[in-house]
Write a protein that binds this ligand. Structure first.
Ligand code: SAM
Length: 362
């Protein structure tokens, strides 16, 4: 008989049922993609409940498509319908207030509609990834268009980085407030939201953001301009593991980027070389278990999922790759840091639902 700690007995029926439910979830994310891209959630939130014709009119879309989308969303509990028994064209649909932060408000830390964008973008890589599994190479880089990148970390950076995470590291927080103005290097900065958030929270600092991807750096520059911080935040297309960055920085950050780098040790060595006296290296990366376990938690399954379909493949083109993947355990990061010349790695008493924070001691 199974005990509490032993895995459940394998069952064909349960597995078939599980994959059926996974399919419902996958289809739901595709419909969330449509809602996000077409502005359907925002229109329902801003202008209130709508019939299919009204929502189509507000969003410049075709009524018949919108009617099916609304029916799906109401059937799935994502929207509410005033009278299910009314005729299809007469029914009026609303976005419940409790769903607004998750589906319609990209500024809220509970926003999740980006997951629709994420899964569609990842799906575009699947056919080339089949080939990459055979050759061991990286699949060709995904073009920026049509999705761009999903802005999965935008809201947490803008809401929490400068108000909770950095203030929880008192000496770093104080340095960022003091004269002479501190300099921050934000490696693998993506669309720049972490750099922008630090500049907004600390009015004296200068932030230099670096990323390999020219499209994401162009987006970062646009984002900084729109946020009104481009005087103190600049971005450059640079390999963080190469010699391309110069200067002395009081803080070097790598947010959810180290495991994506093909040469993480070189990047950490370069980061150490960039530090001003008393400078710090702060890393946030996936909150994974200390050791491999199976079956594992939902969070571990989530990180493994992204590792298989995106993070590991992205790092595979380089013949010298460390091939880390998203499941970078604390011991692996510790080894990388020691190989890069750091004396120690401190796990900070600070974590999010999905990240662990590390401070590297030179
Ligand atoms: C998961 S994204 C995180 C982006 C951003 N830090 C954030 O949290 O939104 C990882 C980023 O690492 C960048 N990257 C990977 N290898 C890099 C390298 N060697 N140098 C600079 N950036 C790199 C990728 O282009 C990508 O933008």
């Amino acid at each position: 008989m199974a005990t509490n700690s032993s895995p459940p007995e394998p069952s064909a029926d349960k597995l078939a049922d599980r994959l059926f439910h996974d399919m419902i979830g996958a289809l739901e994310l595709f419909t969330v993609y449509l809602g996000e891209r077409l502005g359907l959630y925002r229109a329902l939130d801003r202008d209130g409940p709508a019939t299919s014709a009204e929502l189509a009119g507000r969003t410049g879309t075709a009524e018949r498509y919108i009617r099916e989308w609304l029916e799906h969303h109401a059937a799935s509990g994502l929207l509410e319908v005033d009278d299910p028994a009314a005729g299809p064209l007469a029914r009026r649909y609303r976005l419940p207030a409790a769903h607004v932060p998750v589906l319609a408000d990209p500024d809220d830390i509970r926003y999740q509609a980006f997951n629709g964008v994420e899964i569609v973008r990842a799906g575009r890589w699947m056919a080339p990834l089949v080939e990459a599994f055979r050759t061991g190479d990286a699949p060709p880089a995904l073009p920026w268009a049509p999705e761009g990148r999903a802005e999965y970390n935008r809201a947490v950076f803008l809401n929490l980085l400068g108000t909770q995470w950095l203030p929880a590291i008192p000496d770093v927080d104080q340095r960022l407030r003091r004269e002479p103005p501190a300099r921050v290097a934000d490696l693998a900065c993506g669309a720049g939201w972490s750099s922008i958030a630090m500049a907004q929270a600390y009015p004296k600092v200068r932030v230099d953001g670096f990323d390999l991807d020219p499209d994401v750096i162009a987006a970062a520059s646009r984002n900084a301009g729109q946020a009104g911080v481009s005087g103190r935040v600049t971005f450059a297309v640079t390999d963080a593991s190469g010699p391309g960055i110069s200067g002395r920085f009081d803080l070097v950050t790598i947010f959810e980027g180290l495991h994506d780098m093909s040469r993480p040790v070189d990047a950490l060595r370069a980061a150490r070389g960039l530090l001003a006296p008393s400078g710090s290296v702060l890393i946030a990366d996936e909150l994974v278990a200390d050791v491999f376990t199976a079956p594992a938690s939902d969070l571990e399954r989530y990180h493994y999922g992204w590792s298989v379909v995106a993070c590991l493949p992205a790092a595979m083109g380089d013949p010298g790759t460390a091939a880390t993947g998203a499941v970078m355990r604390p011991a692996t990061l510790g080894r990388y840091a020691r190989e890069a010349g750091f004396r120690n790695v401190e796990v900070l008493p600070l974590q999010t639902q999905t990240w662990r924070f590390y401070r590297l001691i030179p």
